[in-house]
Design a protein around this ligand. Sequence first.
Ligand SMILES: Cc1ncc(COP(=O)(O)O)c(C=O)c1O
Length: 449
Amino acid sequence: MDVRALLDGTGESDLDLWARTINPQFVRVLRTIGFDRRWARAEGAYLYDTDGARYLDLLGGFGMYNVGRNNRGVRAALIEALELDTPGMLAMGVTALPGLLADALLQRTPPRLERCLFTNSGTEANEAAFKLGRAATKRPRVISTDHGFHGLTLGALSANGNPEFTARFQPLLPGFDRVPFGDLDTLEAQLKQEDVAVFIVEAVQGKGINLPPAGYLEGAQELCRRYGTLFCVDEVMTGFGRTGTMFAFEHWGLEPDLVTVAKSLSGGYVPVGALLMSRAVHESVFDSMPHAMSHGSTFAPNELAMVAGLAMLHELEEHRLVARSAQLGERLLERTRPLVDEFDVVRDVRGIGLMWAIEFEGDGFAYRMLERAQRGLFAQLVVVPLFTDHRILTQVAGHDMAVVRILPPFVLTNDDVDEFADALHETVKRARRMPSSLTKFALTAAGIR
Ligand SMILES: Cc1ncc(COP(=O)(O)O)c(C=O)c1O
């Protein structure tokens, strides 16, 4: 097969092909907001369209390209593994690569975590946490937080704290309840019933980029220990340097019983996820030879994902990218926090490492009109010109939210950060005045839901 010839084929456009075969509504969204480019290639923090124009990618595929798109080191390791004709998955047998990656992950997490179970994605890692957590504790319930996001398969969706994702898919799994993020009293009221297997929480919530109030995560861990609930930190988005430490739980000195990872683990090349767990949890589920295969998935410990994972960790450490995420995050806040004082419409600028958001609010007539059409619509007035005028890719952080977020690759430069800060300043200034053409666009965009 000639891949180059396939990609160069002059038939139907990528967008038309997707609209016909995959998802026409998604293509409508892209066309409405002007994100309907034809993409040719990518490198580090940049995307290039077929006209050769360069775009600064601050979304990083929703935070899966921590080491940069098409990272050379990960790529070379994958090519080498392919050329070695490694044995692949044996089903009844084991090979070295999954063990090596499991060991590498466990060496980088607190000693409490001693076993690793590989999955194909973040949502599956969370499914495993719930399933194994129930069996290990012999308890039925799972508690999660409002606005939490843990994936979209049915179990993970049952822990989702955003009604726009859950409402149309009822009934979800029994035994799942939510508590407000940051509220220890409500959490304790649930945990003290002593029937909760797992409390799952993102250290920093991805939907809206919500940072935990002081003492919350430590308090939650303490309550979990007191009432016999497993404390699970979902690091699918925050893991591997996103918040400026290897794992976000390090900021608060936490020692979870369960940690889930995915996204950036394979450097963005191969689907992969993992559940890291205490020996006690593992041994109470995988407790005998008949139970040796209590959970798993055909492709989960696939060798390409394992090689990519090992190479991604090497890249992070070799190029000190975690420290770079912390440093660039500080620069980003320094450059963008002043917008809060400068513009009434900017309510907050927040972030940790390279997980950053700006939140808007307003009381003018036009702002209120937009908000009436759809909450958070003003954020589109920032995201769209950032893309079309400045060639910078950002995203509205969630439904019904006037929040724009970024999750860029860590290979960004100081100049990239400055370019974004300048473009943001100009865009917010213009959006505030809201020319009628933009308002009209935003109201059209409201109809694409
Ligand atoms: C915190 C968190 N958990 C879980 C998931 C689901 O991961 P995946 O998309 O790999 O299923 C995501 C995806 O965005 C996430 O941000």
